[in-house]
Design a protein around this ligand. Sequence first.
Ligand code: NI
Length: 174
Amino acid sequence: MIVNSILKMGNPNLINVAKKVENISSHKTDLNEIIQKLFDTMKFFNGAGLAAPQINISKRIIVFGFDFNPRYPNEKPIPLTALINPTYIPLSEEKIEDWEGCLSLPQIRGKVPRYKYIEYKGYNADGNLISSVIEGFPARIIQHECDHLDGILFPARVLDFKYFGFENEFHQKK
Ligand code: NI
């Protein structure tokens, strides 16, 4: 297991646009190593997703998925998935505003609007195209992780800062 440290908000490398991976199949070994690091690091920190720039690798690679996630205990399992050069398109204009967190902002949560229905595309380390139509929480994760590849952290998407802050504080009695 290879657990990397995760860059935190404020680190300049989190706001760069990550580089597209070229000639995927000829870099299969290196890409699989990066993907394994991402999975190991995501699981170690109980993340629902992780993007390569968060472990200081400026490449367009994301991973997501879990069986049970203590940070999101009410969410259903999502198959472990790695995507190289991921993209998505919304399948309707409908957005859901809901709580979101990020391993680059420990203990912080904010309400962020995201498209409810998307179709994503990306490649595996063999260079084969993967695509799927998804909705709800997994669609939220993919939009969040793709934002990381463009140097965007979720606070930039928060519309109302009444719903942004330390997670524990939102549970305090008024
Ligand atoms: Ni994040």
